[in-house]
Ligand binder design. Structure first.
Ligand code: KG4
Ligand code: ZN
Length: 337
């Protein structure tokens, strides 16, 4: 089955055609139109502007994704939440219209489930049971996945998400938006141990995250330092901050993994999974503790928002579940996994 997938939950207008081939998702065509440049001017996403830009970009994106290789499709999938309501509505309205007019099966996909299945876009597929580490701009979650489509919540953030912490600290350091890649670039020139920042909720065995204390420590350090900050001090702060986020994610993940002796894989997904320092740090931490567990990171181009991952999730809904009623499926900004 060839599935047309649409993703408009935040600030990327994306469409893809994904096919199930021998129980794995294969991306036949994909387009991502980013609104990043517009939002960089305001230092963050302005919801009503994001919705309007989706409305303008989506017809073009759909034309490109289908016409480029003259592709047809047999089903339609769309992100129904969580995300910005105005942005979600654009994709959901378009997807429903296409499904109804062509009388095709319809798949309503949770954005977080999309991120999870980005790990299934790797050459080597993850094996179940798996622990999924979702680190994005809006979410930080540890999820146990024993079977396709069955998710058990293990821990999440009590305040800021990991990506949000990157974006907020980048703003404190007067870097551009989105903050993650800017901090990563600067951190390459800094010392990881220049500053000791706290790991949030560091009690033994806690699988809950907190990044607001980390952000507050960066803020109070900046208050104490003379201005303007020399570039090398900024780089030291970026490197120490990035190290603390990686150490936090690794600490919680290693603790979670310790509870499940039969675990086969750990998957790292979401926008912050694009962070090279985190990718390597977590891999080394897991290899030391559990060399028997496969570490699977979403391919770099499928970490941040895209429609291929939504199509991949829909492929598994098709294989192990069933289509949804377009009538009963609505955009839901606070949809849970
Ligand atoms: O998954 P995503 O595209 O959108 C959400 O679903 O939230 O994640 C976006 C987040 C932003 O906070 C951005 O700063 C962060 O991912 N990000 C990174 C990197 N690339 C993107 N964070 C750290 N390092 C990166 N290289
Ligand atoms: Zn996302």
């Amino acid at each position: 089955m060839k599935i047309l997938a649409i993703e408009t939950s935040c600030d990327e207008t994306a469409a893809a055609i994904v096919e199930d081939q021998n129980y794995r998702p294969v991306v036949l065509s994909e387009v991502v139109a980013s609104q990043m440049e517009v939002h960089a001017e305001t230092g963050g996403v302005v919801p009503n502007i994001a919705a309007r830009l989706h409305t303008e970009a989506l017809p073009q994106v759909l034309a490109q994704v289908t016409n480029k290789k003259r592709l047809d499709f047999d089903a339609v999938a769309v992100t129904v939440g969580p995300g910005l309501i105005g942005s979600l509505l654009v994709g959901v309205a378009a997807a429903k219209s296409i499904a109804i007019s062509k009388d095709l099966p319809f798949f309503a996909i949770n954005h977080l489930e999309g991120h999870i299945y980005s790990a299934w876009l790797n050459e080597q597929l993850p094996e179940l049971p798996a622990i999924i580490v979702i680190v994005s701009g809006g979410h930080t979650e540890l999820v146990l996945m024993e079977r396709h489509g069955v998710y058990q919540h293990l821990g999440s953030t009590r305040d800021d998400a990991a990506g949000e912490a990157f974006d907020k600290v980048a703003r404190l350091l007067e870097l551009g938006y989105p903050g993650g890649p800017e901090i990563a670039k600067l951190a390459l020139h800094g010392a990881r141990d220049a500053y000791q920042f706290p790991i949030g909720l560091d009690e033994r065995d806690s699988l809950e995250f907190s990044f607001s204390g980390l952000k507050a420590s960066v803020y109070s350090l900046l208050q104490k330092l003379p201005k303007p900050l020399p570039e090398h001090t900024k780089a030291d702060i970026a490197a120490s901050f990035e190290h603390t986020v990686a150490a936090t994610v690794a600490r919680k993940t290693v603790t979670a993994v310790g509870h499940y002796p039969g675990l086969r894989s750990v998957c790292l997904v979401g926008g912050v999974a694009a962070n090279r320092y985190l990718r390597t740090y977590l891999e080394q931490a897991l290899n030391q503790r559990r060399p028997d567990v496969r570490f699977s990171i979403a391919p770099l181009n499928y970490c941040t928002d895209n429609a291929a991952m939504i199509g991949a999730a829909a492929v598994y809904h098709h294989l192990f579940g069933k289509p949804d009623s377009w009538y009963a499926s609505q955009a839901n900004p606070s949809l849970e996994l």
